[in-house]
Structure formats: C-alpha cells, structure tokens
Write a protein that binds this ligand. Structure first.
Ligand code: NCD
Length: 332
C-alpha cells in the first residue's frame, strides 16, 4: 500500500520516495559526502534554515544528532523542547494538530517530531505544510485507531541500513537477527520496511512470544518476498547471521521480560557466549539506549558498532537528509 505522505515529509519507510534506488544512489552517497564535510568541520549550506524540534518523549541520539546535523550544515534549531508534553501547551490539553498548525504559521523550514501517543507523525503531516521528520512515533494498541504507517523511526532505519551497507558492503542476500522487544520497538519495524526493498533477505525474529513482531510488518514482508522466521534462542541463529540487531525492552509500553542469564531473557542476550558463535564478518548493532541486553564485555569486540560507526552514521545520514530536503541544489 502506498502512503499519502509526500517528500519532503519523512513519516514512514513505505513512502514511495524511499525506494532502493533513492537509498543507494542518493541517500548513501550523500551520507558519505557528509562524513567528509563533518571531518572538515562542517559547511554553511543550510545557512538561514530554521528547525523546530518537538520531542514529546525522551531522546538522546535522535534529538542530539538532528540538532548537530543542522548545526554542522550552518542551519539552526530555533526552538527545541525535549519534554513537550510538560513544557508546551500540550500540558493544557492542546492537540498535536493544533500545535503543528501554529508552528506552521511561524514558518520554520522543518519540524522534528517525536511523539509517543496515537499516530503522531501521520496526524502532524496531514496538517503541516512545513516538512515533518518523524523522529519516532508509537504503533497503536488494540482498540486505538490503526495505521499502517505508524510505530516507525525512519531516520534510525536509514542510518541502520547505511551502517549495514558500509560494514558488509551489500544488503541483498543478508541474514539478520532482530532481537528483543520486536512488538514495541519502532526501529526494527522501520528497518523491516526498508529491508523489504532488497533481494534475498532473511530475517530471524528472536523474541519471546509476548514480544514477537506484529502482523502488519509480517504481512508487508511476505508481500515483498522477504523470508522470515521466529527463533526463541539467539544462540541458535548466531552462527548463521550477518547482522545481530539487538533492542531493549520497551518498559514504557508495559513490556517486561527478563533478560538476565537466570531468567527467560538468557535466550535473548548478546554476550560472550553469543559472540563466540558468531561469524567473523558479522556485525552487532543496537539503536540504543541499552540496559543489560548487550553485556559490557561485547563492547570491545571488533564486530560491535553500536557505540562507534552506528552513532557516527546517525549524524551523517541526518545531515544528508536535511541537505536533500532543505537545500537540494546546494553545492557543498
Ligand atoms: C530508539 C527509540 O527511541 O526508538 N532509540 C533511538 O532513537 N536511537 C530505541 C529505544 O528507545 O529503544
């Protein structure tokens, strides 16, 4: 199903704009250029451009890297709130749509939005002329209005896919273990939607029954000829995969399953036992923040990228995206 959201809105990974060709021929090359721009201290290509950053839920990496991406390109975040639910008129009962309509009147060039209620980014895009970047939203619970396009974190999926491409040199044909709270994690949902644009992908959903990937993503993957299966023990799939993509338990979604070696979670931990089974050329990723689902001993493993290039690539891909949105013809 095609979406009604048009670039330069960045709402969900099914948008027509985000084709395989666009990823490989536009976003990734631009992100590589941004690695160089960043290394030489930045550029002024977004001079005079203003962002508004509305986060209704906490964020370190997404909010921080979007702000720094603006800054490294000479643009500004003119207004930012990291707790819009408390420090905006949302606390007085203002709807998201009204807030977005008002922000539109001030004519910023882009709005970064993280929303933890309802189908936030989609609602915002419907009333906004100013481009919205979905910085993470929530998938509806049963009984709430449903949407095929929510519960996503598209910029995270772009950086994750870019990291896979750069480390493994290709995406086609890869085997990927997605581990942890797949039911509530928006990063894995968005990554699945992007992987569906590539060939011969095999995904292992490694999670307890209560946290398994939802049906909407599964049916999308089936429609896009992606093979997938469930596993209940990471140690079983560790030897065959190219990527281990770990995620945390989303406690704010009332998700609780223990991950300690003594509990059910031992099947879903990344630790020395798992890394000893993994291929030499495999990589370990995590969108972060982490709790105890990757043990600290793994941090120094040369296959672990969650504290290094995955973080760097978040900045480069967001710089690339902002340049493509706000100064498409600009010369770096
Ligand atoms: C993720 C998020 O907020 O969805 N983090 C991130 O943006 N890098 C993952 C999470 O919160 O678990």
């Amino acid at each position: 199903m095609e979406t009604q959201f048009e670039w330069p809105h960045v709402i969900c990974c099914q948008q027509e704009k985000f084709s395989r060709q666009w990823l490989e021929e536009e976003l990734f090359p631009e992100a590589r250029l941004m690695r160089d721009v960043h290394a030489r201290g930045g550029s002024n290509i977004l001079q005079g451009k203003r962002a508004v950053s509305l986060f209704y839920q906490q964020s370190t990496r997404t909010a921080g890297s979007l702000a720094l991406a603006m800054d490294f390109l000479g643009g500004r975040v003119a207004f930012a709130t990291e707790n819009a639910r408390e420090f905006s008129s949302a606390a007085k009962g203002e709807s998201l749509e009204d807030a977005i309509r008002v922000w539109n009147r001030y004519r910023p060039d882009v709005i970064f939005l993280r929303y933890d209620h309802e189908i936030g980014a989609e609602l915002a895009a419907k009333v906004s002329i100013v481009p919205i970047i979905n910085a993470g939203d929530r998938h509806p619970e049963e009984g709430e209005p449903m949407s095929d396009f929510s519960g996503q974190h598209p910029t995270q999926a772009f950086l994750d896919l870019f990291t896979i491409q750069e480390r493994r040199g290709r995406i086609d044909g890869l085997k990927i273990a997605m581990v942890g709270d797949l039911k509530n994690g928006r990063t894995v949902r968005s990554l699945c939607y992007l992987l569906g644009k590539f060939d011969n992908i095999k995904i292992y959903f490694v999670a307890p029954e209560c946290a398994q990937m939802k049906c909407d993503v599964r049916s999308y993957l089936s429609r896009h000829n992606v093979q997938f299966g469930e596993s209940y023990d990471l140690r079983d799939v560790a030897p065959v995969v190219d990527v281990v993509y770990q995620t945390r338990t989303q406690k704010e979604c009332n998700s609780h399953f223990r991950r300690s070696r003594s509990g059910i979670g031992e099947f879903f931990l990344v630790d020395g036992t798992v890394t000893s089974k993994m291929r030499k050329d495999a990589i370990i990723m995590h969108p972060f923040p982490r709790e105890d689902e990757i043990s600290r001993e793994v941090d120094s493993d040369p296959r672990a990228f969650y504290l290094t290039q995955q973080i760097d690539n978040g900045l480069y891909t967001r710089m690339a995206l902002l340049k493509m949105m706000l100064a498409p013809q600009g010369k770096l």
